[in-house]
Ligand binder design. Structure first.
Ligand code: ARG
Ligand code: ZN
Length: 860
């Protein structure tokens, strides 16, 4: 059954205080919950608590046994309750049997919880909704020897030992919070500690808990935390509010991390990093996820969501904040490109699929399905557009007002926009349609020249096509960054119509800009800095893309020009006429690269050919193998054409010592991107072998392996075997190895996958392993997943039918590639739908898979 946003009703009761008492046991953990309940309005309503997979042991009201209730499989209904009372509920749960990793679970000897979005109801009966904010105290009792560390939110206020070998601790969180922010962790860890002094002089204890023996790999995360804390003070004036901030890294986790108040729980993948075991990208991700969860303390925890339809209120905003942070810590351009790749590869695909939804969804069957690139990343783009419109100062003023109005409350996206409205003269009413409308707008740039009046008209058109979820669309309010280049590379300005320097607002279907007396030869450079999440098409010629690369001011536009040109080139191959690519174009690309040699950052980005997934977003009726082949052949020819230059770049970007810092990261990336291109050519063999054997860091090691995968199977297998020997006892590192095997282009890939599943380090219970093997295959092995006989689709389906029984959340993420058939040729769509039907035929299919699969089958 779907829930609808418009059906929101305020709760009939609220809970002001909750005292939880856990007695930890692997298969029978007892949970005593004492709630202070207050009726809000309706005098007759029964109290309906949420609860799932619980064994109910006891119910009492004001210390007297209470029997007037009904138990359903989704909760507990208590009839004829007073207006204000103490409710005592005792339940029992089985953490070791909990393979869904929602609620309280035990993995590798560690008890931990994941409550967002609706996991708390798997711990005890409760009003498990974000608009019920209560003060929590939590007592934990557990075995002293195996569980020396027992944590919950807030501050530890009392502890002691019992005579039976157990000990106990009492935690208190002074800030009222919704149940999804509750956390409990118990286990045995290595601990890193530090202090942070806030700008107002308060001292905060920082504590990071990692697996025994992994201490040194936690150091970077702790430093990243301090940088995040400082940054939020400097940029947003936001200070941490408790005396202690704890982060725990666990090996079994469905997502990246969770911002539980004062006690973040992380997938160890986003905490552990050192030179030997982590790539530059891993370091980047650790820092950005640490920042993301920290920033949630204000955008998410102090101000939270009224209901789950408002998820982007905290996620879009917090992603935007972590993006700004990352950009300040490293390189703005490569950060922006990274963000845009996510949009073009994944978000555009989601919006074109049966799962299309606005950043604030209207209808949800399983909330876990809506932690999406749309809610998160498109949500962040919408916040970014407000930042563009209001400017940095205006945006800050709006944020200040948001906290002034809503600190301590559970609010809506409309509340956020209205706080922003208070800080600007721009009317945000039209803009706010971005919250309710799904789909990727198309923006077209076209020119017409009238010689008689010497007037050039640039027509900017927006088009909003129907999506799976919405047939009717409206025009949006699109801030389009744009610059105009004359033939000599000088900038020119239109007669009028600009909102501000380099910014035009598209708020109707057609917007025209004219240039009088400046001739016909003007190149519009649109969508600077990816100023709006739209698909851009234009009438630029290949030579004009090169012109843009040479003369545009906006670095993102320069990169994008090369991407558009690659896209055009690949299209010529795809159409079977690569000879359309004239010599001047090859030459122009060569010169563009040559001219950028002193800038490894842009060079590294410009030498990445658009991914297969990105190429799909601007095409219909795709012949998968022909398009993939076109992309490969173009890459090969490009590498060949500029091999001498690439070799020089490869050599000049060697460094003799390793540090994770922006200049080195750019240079290393550039070198490894070049190596992947060179891997198209025989001369690469020695480069790859030497880089692999001489490498003292994971970035270069992985760079060599990726190049080897491209080069040939013999070299690849040799190096992969060596790598496996070195890292066989380190599953987190071995995930990279799993991923490389699973994305290899080889005819016996399914047999390979079967071997990988039998590997001693593979475990179907561990989401990281599953994502590394099955996820890499489904998302990124174009040739294997899309095998013409449908065997790739069948393999994934077989796997999901199994996985869904234990971990529906992860299964539902992995089904995504199968649901995104809309760009492919009809025969292929039929094969994919066939497998989707097999899933739907499973009578015990989870809500999670049901929602995505049934939508995908109903669409088209
Ligand atoms: N709030 C977490 C984060 O963005 C993610 C939690 C995801 N939970 C889920 N059930 N999908 O930082
Ligand atoms: Zn988040």
């Amino acid at each position: 059954v779907a829930k609808r946003r418009e059906d929101y009703r305020a709760p009939e009761f609220t809970i002001t205080d909750i005292a939880l008492d856990f007695t930890l046991d692997p298969s029978a953990t007892k949970v005593v919950s004492e709630l202070q309940v207050k009726r809000q309005d309706n005098a007759n309503a029964p109290l309906e608590l949420d609860g799932e997979h619980l064994q109910l042991l006891e119910v009492a009201i004001d210390d007297l046994p209470f029997g007037d209730y009904q138990q359903t499989d989704s909760g507990l209904v208590l009839n004829n309750v007073p207006d204000a009372f103490t409710l005592r509920i005792v339940t029992q749960v089985n953490p070791s049997e909990n393979k869904a990793l929602e609620g309280l679970y035990l993995s590798n000897g560690v008890y931990c919880t994941q409550c967002e979005a609706e996991g708390f109801r798997r711990i005890t009966y409760y009003l498990d909704r974000p608009d019920v904010l209560a003060r929590f105290t939590v007592k934990i009792t557990g075995d002293k020897a195996s569980l020396p560390t027992m944590l919950a939110n807030g501050n530890p206020i009392e502890q002691g030992s019992n005579t039976d070998g157990t000990h106990w601790i009492l935690w208190q969180d002074p800030f009222p919070k919704p149940s999804y922010l509750f956390a409990l962790v118990a286990g045995s860890f290595d601990q890193l500690t530090d202090t942070f002094v806030t700008q107002s002089g308060k001292s905060v204890a920082l504590e990071l808990f990692v697996d025994k023996g992994k201490r040194q790999r936690g150091e970077f995360a702790l430093e990243a935390l301090k940088r995040s804390m400082r940054w939020d003070e400097e940029v947003f004036g936001l200070e941490y509010d408790l005396d202690i901030y704890m982060i725990v890294a666990v090996d079994f986790f469905n997502m990246g991390a969770m911002e539980n108040k004062g006690l973040n729980v992380f997938n160890s993948k986003f905490v552990l990093a050192d030179q030997a075991s982590a790539t530059d990208e891993d370091f980047f991700n650790v820092e950005s996820v640490i920042a993301h969860e920290y920033f949630h303390n204000w955008t998410g925890n102090r101000v939270t969501c009224r209901d789950w339809f408002q998820l982007s209120l905290k996620e879009g905003l917090t992603v935007f904040r972590d993006q700004q942070f990352s950009s300040d810590m490293s390189s703005p351009l490569s950060n922006r490109i990274k963000q845009v790749r996510v949009m073009r590869e994944h978000q555009f695909a989601e919006d074109a699929s049966a799962m299309s939804h606005p950043i604030r969804p209207d209808e949800v069957i399983e909330m876990n399905n809506f932690y999406t690139v749309t809610v998160y990343d498109k949500g962040a783009e919408v916040i970014r557009m407000m930042h563009t419109l209001l400017g940095a100062e205006g945006f800050r003023a709006g944020m200040d007002e948001y906290f002034r109005r809503h600190d301590g409350q559970a609010v809506t996206c409309d509340d956020f926009v209205s706080a922003m409205q208070s800080a600007t003269d721009i009317d945000l009413t039209h803009f706010s349609r971005w919250y309710s409308q799904s789909g990727t707008p198309r923006v077209e740039v076209k020119r017409a020249y009238d010689a008689a009046s010497n007037k050039l008209t640039v027509t900017l058109t927006q088009q909003n096509l129907a999506t799976a979820d919405q047939s009717e669309k409206h025009d949006l309010y699109i801030p389009l960054q744009i610059e105009f280049l004359a033939a000599d590379g000088q900038h020119v300005a239109p007669d009028s119509g600009m909102f501000r320097d380099n910014l035009v607002i598209l708020d109707k279907p057609v917007t025209e800009l004219t240039f009088t007396g400046k001739g016909s030869n003007i190149t519009p450079v649109a969508l600077g800095n990816f100023s709006a999440p739209v698909k851009l098409t234009s009438d630029l010629t290949p030579l004009e893309w090169l012109h843009t690369f040479r003369f545009a001011n906006d670095a993102f536009s320069r990169w994008d020009a090369i991407q558009q040109l690659y896209n055009w080139c690949i299209e010529q191959y795809y159409q079977g006429s690569p000879q359309q690519i004239e010599k001047v174009i090859w030459q122009g690309l060569y010169e563009a690269v040559e001219a950028s040699q002193d800038n490894p950052e842009i060079l590294g980005e410009c030498l990445v050919v658009p991914s297969f997934e990105t190429l799909c977003q601007t095409r219909e009726n795709i012949d998968v193998h022909a398009l993939n082949e076109a992309r490969q052949t173009f890459s090969h020819d490009l590498a060949e054409f500029m091999s001498d230059l690439l070799l020089v770049i490869y050599q000049t970007n060697q460094s003799d010592s390793y540090a994770y810092e922006p200049a080195q990261v750019s240079s290393r990336r550039c070198k490894n991107v070049v190596l992947t291109l060179l891997a198209e050519l025989p001369l690469a063999e020695t480069l790859i072998t030497e880089q692999f054997s001489g490498s003292d860091n994971m970035s270069d090691t992985l760079g060599a392996l990726k190049a080897a995968q491209q080069f040939d199977l013999v070299l690849f297998n040799n190096l992969m075997n060596e790598f496996e020997q070195r890292w066989r006892d380190d599953p987190l590192v071995l995930d990279k190895w799993f991923g490389l095997h699973a994305t290899c282009d080889r005819s016996d890939i399914l047999a390979q996958l079967t071997l990988l599943r039998q590997h001693p380090q593979f475990s179907q219970q561990n989401p990281n392993r599953v994502r590394a093997v099955i996820g890499s295959f489904a998302f990124y092995n174009t040739s294997g997943f899309h095998a013409d006989d449908g065997s790739g689709y069948r393999f994934l389906t077989d796997y999901l039918l199994e996985l869904d029984k234990t971990n529906p959340q992860v299964a539902s993420r992995l089904v995504t590639p199968l649901t995104q058939w809309q760009h492919f040729a009809p025969s292929r769509q039929a094969l994919m739908r066939q497998q989707l039907s097999r899933l739907l035929d499973d009578a015990s299919l989870s809500k999670d898979l049901y929602e995505k699969v049934s939508k995908a089958l109903a669409y088209g």
